[in-house]
Design a protein around this ligand. Structure first.
Ligand SMILES: C[S@@+](CC[C@H](N)C(=O)[O-])C[C@H]1O[C@@H](n2cnc3c(N)ncnc32)[C@H](O)[C@@H]1O
Length: 279
């Protein structure tokens, strides 16, 4: 790097304020994610690979690709800009509550939705809880797991994880619900295919006006995604969640998400867990 040169002058591609504002507007309009100005460098680093792949000479030319609403580049753009941090049994209190909730239903089959499943750890954690509760790899439970990012859905469907990602799961459960060895790469485990059968993965954008989903859900896990949306977008999503849940169903939110602004739709039932307001 040249001494004294500004960051602007040493960047591989020109990325102006106007380009950053266009990225923010397009992303917010399509998936609801709000980017603050501190995310500018992050946006550059996440999108620069696409600029190179498409052999564009700057960001402005790259963003032209998104003028066409059906351009295949849209999915690449979304996949590049989502934040997919997740882990098995993240925010563990929710999984104990899920077991208690389902144990008290006494009515089967159970239907659960993991509405921002990222690379699958959250949905598989739900499946493990259900398998433990029913004492079977194939309990009467169906889990829909969805995300807007197609790359993470592919990873979730593969169900292959580093050993380091599952090291907090007790050994007895690891042996029951994961496979390793048998020609499998060292240092990796694979979710047991029978457990995986409980889950259907599909792409769903929470911002879409309609979702291909029937009601009668016992629980919706929508954790650590609403934080990226503004209150208006959150409200529109909560309005659509409410009729999908059974009256005694539960909405599980992320640790820093609260829905006080939707008190007419959901009331707090426990730590970041909500129940629909009875109509
Ligand atoms: C930080 S991860 C959270 C994963 C998981 N729920 C958890 O709490 O560990 C947020 C996920 O939300 C997804 N996401 C962002 N906008 C979305 C939208 N409009 N519709 C569906 N999923 C979305 C991202 O692709 C990402 O995988």
């Amino acid at each position: 790097m040249q001494t004294g040169a500004s960051w602007e002058t040493v960047r591989e591609f020109r990325f102006t304020d106007a380009d950053f504002n266009t990225v923010c507007r397009l992303l917010h309009g399509r998936v609801g994610i709000f980017l603050s100005s501190v995310k500018r460098e992050l946006v550059y680093s996440r999108l620069v690979r696409r600029v190179r792949v498409l052999k564009k000479s700057n960001f402005s030319d790259y963003l032209e690709e998104l003028q066409e609403p059906d351009s295949p580049e849209w999915q690449e753009f979304i996949n590049a800009l989502t934040t997919n941090l997740t882990s098995f049994f993240r925010e563990p209190h929710h999984f104990s509550l899920l077991a208690e909730q389902v144990a008290s239903i006494g009515e089967h089959p159970v239907t659960l939705w993991c509405a921002a499943c990222s690379t699958g750890e959250e949905a598989y954690s739900m499946a493990i809880v259900m398998a433990e509760l029913f004492g079977s790899l194939t309990p009467p439970v169906s889990i829909l797991a969805s995300d807007v990012d197609t790359a993470v859905i592919r990873k979730a469907q593969a169900g292959i994880y580093e050993v380091s990602q599952v090291n907090k799961i007790p050994d007895a459960q690891l042996r029951k619900y994961f496979l390793k060895g048998n020609g499998f790469p060292d240092g990796k485990v694979r979710v047991h295919p029978e457990l995986a059968q409980m889950i259907t993965f599909r792409q769903i954008n929470l911002l879409d006006t309609t979702w291909p989903i029937h009601g009668g859900m016992d629980a919706i896990f929508c954790r650590n995604v609403m934080i990226y949306f503004d209150k208006e977008t959150q409200l529109a999503i909560l309005e659509k969640f409410s009729p999908l849940l059974r009256p005694e169903g539960l909405l599980y939110a992320g640790h820093s998400e609260s829905f006080y602004h939707a008190a007419h739709l959901f009331k707090l039932r426990g730590k970041t867990v909500y129940t629909p307001v009875k109509k």
